[in-house]
Design a protein around this ligand. Structure first.
Ligand code: DAT
Ligand code: MG
Length: 159
């Protein structure tokens, strides 16, 4: 399935408030294993539109904000170590019910348990580290998506 050319371009300077968006991260393990194209291809083949894309090593400050809900968890410091171990590809994806659709496409948090056919189920595994290395992040609700997009792509948000 492809989206029409008219619909696909140009990418906007500002996000359209009337459309649903999700923040996807290709985490350092995904980036370093060369899976960026594979993940983006799956999202595009599903029929969604990429409207923001960048590659950067994220700061501890940004990641602490991003994962604020996990700040008190026992795995928080190793999560930060994992997420700063290499570049992250951050992506804003647009489309109807995109948040829920991409959670389904990603699969369960633990790649050992994620169903085959999902990104984590097909491409992830346990590497014998203390981290759950699961290739991708995807926003889990409209509130999370708005908060996360404002953190990673403030330039796409009208103030
Ligand atoms: P998800 O990424 O599926 O939304 P989450 O929000 O519960 O999962 O956790 C965020 C990330 O933290 C997850 O992608 C990997 C890491 N993580 C979660 N549970 C963990 C655990 N028990 N031990 C180590 N890392 C964990
Ligand atoms: Mg989460």
């Amino acid at each position: 399935m492809t989206i029409g050319r008219e619909e696909a371009m140009p990418t906007p300077d500002m996000l359209d408030d009337n459309k649903e968006h999700s923040l996807i991260l290709i985490k350092p393990d995904g980036y370093m294993r060369g899976l960026t194209g594979e993940v983006l291809a799956r999202i595009e083949r599903k029929g969604f539109k990429l409207v923001g894309l960048k590659i950067k090593k994220a700061s501890v400050a940004l990641l602490t904000e991003h994962y604020v809900e996990h700040k008190e968890k026992h795995f928080f410091s190793s999560l930060l170590e994992y997420m700063t171990s290499g570049p992250i590809v951050s992506v804003v994806v647009e489309g109807d019910r995109v948040i829920e659709s991409l959670r389904t496409l990603m699969g369960a948090t633990n790649p050992v348990l994620a169903a085959p056919g999902t990104i984590r189920g097909d491409l992830g595994r346990d590497w014998g580290t203390s981290n759950v290395e699961n290739i991708v992040h995807g926003s889990d609700s409209p509130e999370s998506a708005a908060r996360e997009i404002a953190l990673w792509f403030p330039e796409l948000i009208e103030d």
